[in-house]
Design a protein around this ligand. Structure first.
Ligand code: KIV
Length: 290
């Protein structure tokens, strides 16, 4: 790959992440799901790479994040791992892989570390999930929390919509965020929370907060790879800013290839291998004799 310069070649560690917060340096996070997307994130010098369960929607074609399995995310995570040098890699724990018990949560978190090579895991929600986060942290695996809009439980939240838009709802988000911080999470995602609510919450957050659709006050931002580069069909959420239109570029390229094949313009002589004329004559004679 002809890559942009790597901006910072030191591996991102948890102490470096905490230091970034202390210094007020914005943290850049993006999702990745395979080796090429990991190489792009690495070459762009992002800090954190999340192997998100959004893989369910953007690469596996499911209609929500609910069906994706631990095995599927481990396979994608291992490919991402092979493409990363400096960013910290976080694997999302999918729906059903941690809720039922601390034992289940620890066992699956260990799989992400051992089999995918993740540095940390992320799980969604507060309430009972705070215990799960604490148990995984106590088992020695760093955990990122995720509050606000939690897509795995979107149905229970009333759909894919902003959370914390009343005082009561904002207080529930605050309680969850503080409980996850107290449970030992090294960082937390705020998803689809009003900017003013995030801003108020930031006064109490000692761990780095990564926002998505939650305004500019958080310590960093995360976007889904396919959303930010414009890969995919259909509209994106209000908070997405597109930095490319790769779907259009890819369809254009593929259409040109199909046109060339049908018009017999491809392959051209420069795309073919040659053979010594004597060898060819010998081959033709012997082939006919068979
Ligand atoms: O799975 C995902 O992509 C996420 C981000 C939106 C934070 O959880």
């Amino acid at each position: 790959m002809s890559a942009a310069p790597v901006l910072d070649t030191l591996p991102v560690t948890l102490p470096r992440l905490a230091e970034k917060k202390r210094l007020g340096e914005p943290v850049v996070m993006v999702t990745a799901y395979d080796h090429p997307s990991a190489r792009v994130a690495d070459a762009a010098g992002v800090d954190l790479v999340l192997v998100g369960d959004s893989a369910a929607n953007v690469v596996l074609g499911y209609s929500s994040t609910v069906p994706v399995s631990v095995d599927e995310l481990i396979m994608l995570g291992a490919a991402v791992r092979r493409g990363l040098r400096t960013p910290l890699m976080i694997s999302d724990m999918p729906f059903g892989s941690y809720e039922a018990s601390n034992e289940l949560a620890i066992a699956n978190a260990q799989r992400f570390v051992k089999e995918a090579g993740a540095d940390a895991v992320k799980l969604e929600g507060g309430g009972k999930m705070v215990d799960r986060a604490r148990a995984i942290v106590e088992a020695g695996i760093p955990v990122m929390g995720h509050v606000g809009l939690t897509p795995q439980t979107a149905t229970a939240l009333g759909g894919y919509k902003a959370q914390g838009r009343t005082a009561d709802a904002a207080l529930r988000v605050a309680e969850d965020a503080l409980a996850l911080q107290e449970a030992g999470c090294f960082s937390i995602v705020f998803e689809a929370i009003p900017a003013a609510v995030s801003e108020e919450l930031m006064y109490s957050m000692e761990i780095p907060v990564i926002g998505i659709g939650s305004g500019p006050a958080t310590d960093g931002q995360v976007l889904v790879f396919h959303d930010l580069l414009g890969i995919g069909e259909g509209g994106a959420a209000r908070f997405v800013k597109r930095y490319g239109d790769l779907m259009d570029d890819m369809v254009r390229g593929m259409t040109a290839y199909a046109d060339d094949v049908r018009a017999k313009r491809y392959p051209a002589p420069e795309h073919t291998y040659s053979i010594d004329p004597g060898e060819l004559a010998d081959f033709t004679t012997r082939l006919k004799a068979q």
